[in-house]
Design a protein. Sequence first.
Length: 274
Amino acid sequence: MTIEHDPLATTSEWTRPPGWLPGTTPAATGHRIGTREEHAAAREALLAREKEHTRLGDELTRQRLELPWVRVEQDYCLDTVDGPRRLAELFDGRSQLLLYHFMFGPSYEAGCPINSSIADTIDPLVPHLNAHDVTMALVSSAPLGRLQAYRQRMGWSIPWLSSAGSEFNADLGYSSDPDETRAWVAGNLESLPPIVERNARASGTDIAGYLTESPGFSAFVLEDGIVYQTYATGWRGVEFLMGYYPILDRAPKGREEDDGFQLWLRRHDEYGAG
C-alpha cells in the first residue's frame, strides 16, 4: 500500500518538516502579579476553556476511531531480532499494532536525540499497552544491528524493527530518496532551523542524510488475518508521545524554547556532558 506523500515540495516558506515549529509565546518576563482573588477568577475562566479543550479532545478521539480502515495490500517483511517477519506476524498475538517511525536512517551512526526522547516516553508504557491488546514497536530504515546496539545503549526494552531492504518506511511516507532530499536541502538550507543541523551532527550524518527520515506514528489492526491501516500522523502530530511537553506546559515558565526550539533536548545519557 502506498500512501501519497510529497515531503520534497518547495514553497516560499519552509515546508520540511511541515508544522514542525509551534507558535511561540512571549517570554515570561515582568509577569503580572495579582491577588489570590484575581488568580482564582482567572483560573476559573481558564478552567472552563480547559474543560472545553478536554471535550474537544474526546470528540477528536471519536472521529479518529471512525476513520475508514485501509487494507495493506503489500506483503511487507521487516527484520527483527527473531529474523524476518511479515507485518501480520508483528502483532505478536494481539489485534492492534502501533509503530513509531524512529528517525535512524542508513547514513546515521546513532539515533536522533529528539526521537530518542520520544522512545524514552514510550518504552515504560509497553507492558500496559500489551495488557490492552496493543503491540507497540519502533521501526527505522537503518540496519537491525545498528538499531539493536543503540537500543542497548539507551536501555530500552521496546521491540525495534528494521525496514532496511523493504519499501515499508518509504511507502508510508517516512523515508525519502537521498538524491531528491539532497536537492531539496540545497535549495532550502537557509530556511532550516538550528535544530536540524544540531540533530544531524548528533546523529553522525549531514543535513541531507538526516532529512531522508521523518518521524511518524502508524496504527494497524489485524482482523480475520487481514492487516488494515487505521491511522497515521507525523511531525508535530507525534507530540502526544513527548511526555515532557504537557508537563512543561503547566510549569511556571512553560517550554521557553522560542528561537531555540528543542535545542535543550539531549539523549538521556548526555545531560550534564560538556
